[in-house]
Write a protein that binds this ligand. Structure first.
Ligand code: SF4
Length: 342
């Protein structure tokens, strides 16, 4: 049996990594369960109604993701081809030069993206020349009038403060799954580590981008638990990526059972209902979704997506295909920056 065989999924890790965060809940797990259990048409209708109160229902925000440092990551995230622990086709690429990243930012802007997300396969940020280079990348992207987002692993408060000073808009750090399921996915950092990084980001005044991955063998209750954590963060994330697991050869999750399409749509709808002011982003896995499925996700409240034919190491629909799809829905790519949002 693989590392993630059926028995392993039954393991719960709350006792190992109890959340230190005790807070007043905005919404309980029971309330989230009830939303999930609504008839699909009622759920999507309610989500679409809330969406219309807060957002343009025909608008979608596009971000471009650039892998600024690829592979050779010491972490063991079981879905990721960049972990050095698995035999995958991903090749190590050192940190890109600042000018090369800025060239890609220009191309992204020209093709309609208003946000450049820069991802480095690091366990954590280390102070030094490489972090200095990332600071320059953020400054460069901002000077083009684009939003800047980075995902660099765990982060300390003084590093978050430097990123803020450079103009960073968003820091991405996903919770991935529920606290109970977390140790079935990653063993090299805890759920609490994730919450601590998000706390450092919030303290610096940088917007949080945090979501999860569906189809990692988790239960409905794990999806409820993930959304419960996100919605009850001290401040709800400004951006919530909902990924469909890309089952990558060589990773322990290469043979995971795919998430059911309707369950995916339900998760988007519940995320929209309980985090009405967040951008809910369709992230990895769109390459495996039909246009009809994506339309249903937009109806259910998704209003952001990644552009470009590659998402770090996974395939993504081409920009032409995406633009044609959006045109067939009569949807527009939004160009306004987050400052104009909520
Ligand atoms: S998801 Fe990020 S931290 Fe985890 S193995 Fe991949 S690159 Fe490393």
């Amino acid at each position: 049996m693989s590392k993630f065989g059926v028995m392993d999924y039954a393991k719960a890790c709350m006792d190992e990594h109890p959340s230190k965060v005790k807070r007043d809940e905005r919404i309980s797990r029971e309330e989230i369960r009830k939303l999930y259990d609504l008839p699909l048409m009622d759920l999507v209708y309610r989500a679409a109604s809330i969406h219309r109160e807060h957002w343009d229902p025909n608008g979608v925000q596009m971000s471009t993701l650039v892998s600024i440092k690829t592979g050779a990551c010491p972490e063991d995230c079981s879905y990721c081809t960049q972990s050095s622990r698995y035999e995958t086709s991903t090749k190590y690429e050192p940190l890109m030069q600042v000018q090369e990243v800025l060239k890609q930012a220009v191309a992204a802007k020209e093709s309609g993206s208003n946000r450049l997300c820069m991802g480095a396969a690091w366990r954590e940020v280390k102070d030094g020349p490489q972090f200095d280079a990332v600071i320059e990348m953020v400054k460069g992207v901002k000077s083009m009038g684009m939003e800047a987002c980075v995902t660099l692993g765990m982060l300390k408060e003084h590093q978050a403060a430097r990123l803020k000073e450079a103009g960073l808009d968003y820091y991405n750090h996903n919770l991935d799954t529920s606290p109970e399921n977390y140790c079935n996915v990653i063993s090299t950092r805890t759920f609490q580590d994730r919450l601590d990084t998000l706390e450092a980001v919030r303290k610096a005044g940088v917007h949080v981008c945090s979501g999860g991955i569906l189809g990692m063998g988790e239960s409905r209750e794990d999806r409820v638990g993930l959304l419960h954590e996100l919605a009850n963060l001290p401040q709800q994330p400004g951006s919530v990526p909902i990924n469909k697991l890309m089952r990558m050869p060589g990773t322990p999750m290469a043979d995971a059972e795919p998430i059911d399409d309707i369950e995916f749509v339900r998760t988007v709808a519940v995320a929209r209902l309980i985090m009405p002011k967040a951008r809910v982003r369709l992230s990895a896995g769109r390459v495996e979704m039909s246009a009809s499925m994506q339309a249903l996700c937009f109806m259910a409240g998704a209003n952001s997506m990644f552009a470009g034919d590659k998402l770090l190491t996974a395939a993504n629909p081409t920009q032409d295909k995406d633009l044609a799809m959006l045109a067939s829905f009569g949807m527009n790519v939004e160009v306004k920056a987050y400052q104009d949002e909520h």
